[in-house]
Design a protein around this ligand. Structure first.
Ligand code: NDP
Length: 448
């Protein structure tokens, strides 16, 4: 509930000016809940219209993406890039290719990205983009033609000092490779830092593929230790089976947890012996197959239709790593009823406001995605540093830097939560710590 008058007024304007954008409005309200703990201490913000400027993207780009499928038929998708805030660095944030992509989703992701990037302590502003294109079921040649068309329009708006996209749902090394190749051809320059998540032979960083999932576990491990616990011996359920979920599962297993269930958008697998990651990686990475194949190949495992049912699996720790609003109040209640003690977000905004309320009021440990999944963008920042230096760090060097960044994000969040009188509240900590740095930069740069 927003009680601060200034924030109430801005929120009413946002609701009026952005109708039909429920995910964006949800993200704004969630962040305002935390900001109302610091806004009264800064009357100068209202005079500078700071919050009004903070909620308005600096620029929104929408464009046509025409391409020809393997049957010679013309297809048209819509492309987006929201350049939300560049106060502390060039816009940075992923591209999502998924049929559900619309302006509301890209805006919510770009808005959250501002705070996430600020938390990493690296100089990166917030942005996000994508398309309603679905790479699933398309041939490599079709994906290439789509990526080339997409970047042929977007190239004029990006660059290592302006905007530097990366991957997200539906955008992995294959898509980044096709986009980078086309960008390089158009600008006739090898500008490595313009896109991150590149292949290792042309400027990618070791450990970038693993970074988001590993980072979630490094951050969660800090939270667990703060509360006198650890991953050792805990039963874990991880939703999703994409990039983030796979490497969260790997690191979690390495830290002593037992991952018994994972999902895709159609259903989930349950393996009481702990998911065999070698088999899972083969199915998802090499064969690009559905997760149900796992149950056909691993004795003792079973497949259950309906991805939301995964929250009925008994666990100690639940880690939603698939997509926004994937755990609703019902899912949260099932997790609580089954005796879990923690919900660590891996995806962006995977819990509905009602689910967050249910989980936190039941006393479970809870971490917001914008803090716990910041390791992906942080390592993208490290990829850009290596591109600028024309140098590559080893896997161990990047991994150690990633771990250090996740530990410092936890410390920053903890400090801010204590200063706000909510010790250990990671949502308040992440929103406030991330915002204060951006606010300071915006105030210093005048009304722009
Ligand atoms: P991937 O495309 O690699 O995997 C997404 C996974 O989530 C797939 O298993 C997919 O199943 C499932 N999924 C997608 N949409 C839904 C849905 N509506 N309901 C249920 N399951 C769904 O994406 P990532 O792993 O890269 O991203 C996952 C989350 O992490 C997203 O929220 C993303 O924004 C966030 N994130 C990603 C980062 C990165 O570095 N990649 C960095 C920070 C955050 P299916 O295959 O059936 O579609």
């Amino acid at each position: 509930m927003i009680t601060n008058e200034y924030l109430q007024r801005v929120l009413a304007d946002v609701q009026k000016n952005h109708p039909g954008e429920p995910e964006f409005l949800q993200a704004v309200e969630e962040i305002f809940e935390s900001l109302q703990l610091v806004v009264p201490k800064h009357p100068e913000w209202e005079a500078a219209g700071l919050i009004e400027r903070f909620v308005e993207p600096e620029r929104v780009i929408m464009f046509r993406v025409p391409w020809v499928d393997d049957n010679g038929k013309v297809q048209v998708n819509r492309g987006y890039r929201v350049q939300f805030n560049s106060a502390i660095g060039p816009y940075k944030g992923g591209l999502r290719f998924h049929p559900s992509v619309n302006l509301s989703i890209v805006k919510f992701l770009g808005f959250e990205q501002i705070l996430k990037n600020s938390l990493t302590t690296l100089p990166m502003g917030g942005g996000k983009g994508g398309s309603d294109f679905d790479p699933k079921g398309k041939s490599d040649a079709e994906v290439m033609r789509f990526c080339q068309s997409f970047i042929t329009e977007l190239y004029r708006h990006i660059g290592q000092f302006t905007d530097t996209p990366a991957g997200d749902i539906g955008v992995g090394a294959r898509e980044i490779g096709f986009m980078y190749g086309q960008y390089k051809k158009i600008v006739d320059r090898f500008e490595g830092g313009v896109l991150t998540g590149k292949g290792l032979t042309y400027g990618g960083s070791l450990a970038r593929t693993q970074a988001t999932g590993y980072g979630i576990c490094y951050f969660s491990d800090e939270v667990l230790h703060y509360h006198g616990k650890s991953f050792e011996g805990q039963t874990v359920v991880i939703s999703g089976s994409g990039n983030v979920a796979q490497y969260a599962a790997e690191k979690c297993t390495e830290l002593g947890g037992k991952v018994v269930a994972m999902s895709d958008s159609k259903g989930y697998i349950y393996d009481p012996n702990g998911i065999n990651l070698e088999v899972l990686f083969d199915i998802k990475q090499k064969r690009r197959a559905r997760i149900s194949v796992y149950a056909d190949e691993v004795a003792g495992a079973q497949y259950v239709e309906g991805c939301k049912n995964i929250w009925n699996v008994k666990c100690d720790i639940a880690m939603p790593c698939a997509s926004q609003n994937e755990m609703d109040a019902e899912g949260a209640k099932a997790v609580i009823a089954n005796g879990a003690f923690a919900v660590f977000e891996g995806a962006n905004m995977p819990l509905t406001p009602e689910a967050i309320e249910a989980v936190t009021s039941a006393g479970l440990l809870y971490t917001p995605g914008k803090a716990s999944n910041a390791g992906g963008v942080a390592t993208s920042g490290l990829e850009m540093s290596q591109n600028s230096m024309r140098y590559s760090w080893t896997f161990e060097e990047v991994d150690a830097k990633l771990k250090g960044i996740m530990q410092s994000i936890f410390q920053e969040c903890l400090k801010a939560s204590i200063e706000c009188g909510k010790p250990g509240d990671m949502m308040v900590g992440a929103n406030v710590a991330g915002f204060l740095k951006v606010a300071d930069a915006m105030m210093a740069q005048g009304i722009v």
